[in-house]
Design a protein around this ligand. Structure first.
Ligand code: PLP
Length: 381
């Protein structure tokens, strides 16, 4: 009997150790891991630079309270803010905590309560972030939710126009809905959201928890569309496996989060921050991102060539190395068959196979992953 709450439907593969794009199971098998720990290990498993940075910090100090000035927090904040073209950072420990901070900041800054989010969105499992999430299944049995969240259809500017008014503190959205099914927003919609936010003095919060830190070929997905959000939330890939989340905000918000207004014991933990500095040093490099884009083009082209003609594949979409393959029917059995054939991937929603390979994946690894996908999907078509 397990002493863990059964909150997760666990896979049959039990990891023994992992390196780069590969995970080695206790079953003695080698698996190509196209999950990156759900968009976390963007540099693959155990990258040397991150390991060394954490090791170095392990030999200095592990935790001090946020009552002390911590130099590496300043370094990490500067890198993160600079990459986003923004000013200020608050460090949290997870995606949900980052979004909680974003919601609190937006309400306090505007003095307004209402927040608009979108159907199929996912923003976390705490009460505010669960309330922000536009999926009933996430909330089932946990009600009542916070009342001041309303939802409109994604990619539907007219619906947003009908809902937004001068009582709206913020509009909060993902540039690509990850958990909701790898659904990209279109440019016209994103630009329209920004214009409406400006018109009503509402803040634009972009949740980059899954799309951020190079996943889409730029440091942040919003940068593909020339947006200037007021608050951006990140987590997952920021520490390449060490728990860290953050919000990035504009200078105008500085006084809203003054001393004593918000905080967390572990936020900005020196070990996690050390991992994030090493991660950002690699990923925010232009040449590295250029390679991510080349690999993404290769992956997209190969998937289109090999899968788009299959009767059980109804669409292939995404941005950078965040890809969704929509299939007819449920994906859970397909995922299991892929694992049997040595490829680990994720689902998104009921009928989408989600690929989040490490950004360090090689062309050869991508080629062999697509081969397995083609083999299994052809067999099931
Ligand atoms: C877009 C988005 N927001 C928020 C979260 C919540 O992050 P965490 O699980 O770290 O709390 C996730 C996690 O999947 C996510 O994909």
């Amino acid at each position: 009997m397990s002493n863990l709450f059964p909150t997760y439907s666990r896979w049959e593969v039990e990891p023994k150790w992992a390196e780069g794009s590969f995970l080695y199971g206790k079953d003695g098998k080698k698996y190509l891991d196209f999950t990156s720990g759900i968009g976390v290990n963007n540099l693959g498993h155990r990258p040397k630079a991150v390991q060394e940075a954490v090791q170095e910090q392990l030999n200095k100090f592990w935790h001090v309270s946020n009552l002390f000035p911590v130099e590496i927090q300043e370094t990490a904040a500067e890198k993160l803010a600079q990459a986003a073209g923004m000013d200020l950072v608050f460090f949290a420990n997870s995606g949900a905590e980052a979004n909680e901070a974003a919601i609190k900041l937006a309400r306090k800054a505007t003095g307004r309560k209402k927040i608009i989010t979108f159907y199929q969105s996912f923003h976390g499992r705490t009460y505010a972030t669960m309330s922000a999430t536009g999926q009933d299944k996430i909330k089932k049995g946990f009600g009542p939710m916070l009342e001041t969240f309303t939802y409109v259809p994604y990619n539907d500017l007219e619906a947003l126009k009908a809902e937004i008014d001068d009582e709206v503190a913020a509009v909060m959205l993902e540039v690509i809905q990850g958990e909701g099914g790898v659904i990209p927003a279109n440019k016209e919609f994103l630009n329209g959201v920004e214009t409406l936010c400006k018109q009503y003095n509402s803040l634009m919060i972009i949740d980059e928890i899954q799309t951020g830190i190079g996943r889409t070929g730029k440091p942040f997905a919003f940068q593909h569309y020339g947006l200037t959000p007021d608050i951006v939330s990140v987590a997952k890939g920021l520490g390449n496996g060490f728990p860290i989340g953050a919000i990035i905000g504009r200078d105008e918000l500085k006084d809203v989060f003054g001393p004593g207004s918000h905080g967390t014991t572990f936020g900005g933990n020196p070990l996690s921050v050390a991992s994030s500095i090493a991660t950002m040093n690699i990923i925010f490099d232009e040449d590295f991102l250029a390679q991510v884009n080349e690999k993404a083009d290769f992956l997209k082209k190969n998937l289109d060539e090999q899968l788009s003609g299959l009767s059980n594949v109804s669409g292939i979409r995404g941005l950078g190395l965040m890809v969704g393959i929509e299939v007819k029917g449920q994906v859970s059995e397909l995922l299991q068959e892929l694992r049997v054939n040595g490829l680990i991937v994720l689902s998104a929603g009921e009928n989408v196979i989600r690929l989040l390979p490490p950004l360090t994946v090689t062309i050869e690894e991508l080629r062999s992953g697509v081969e397995v996908l083609a083999q299994v999907l052809t067999k099931n078509s």
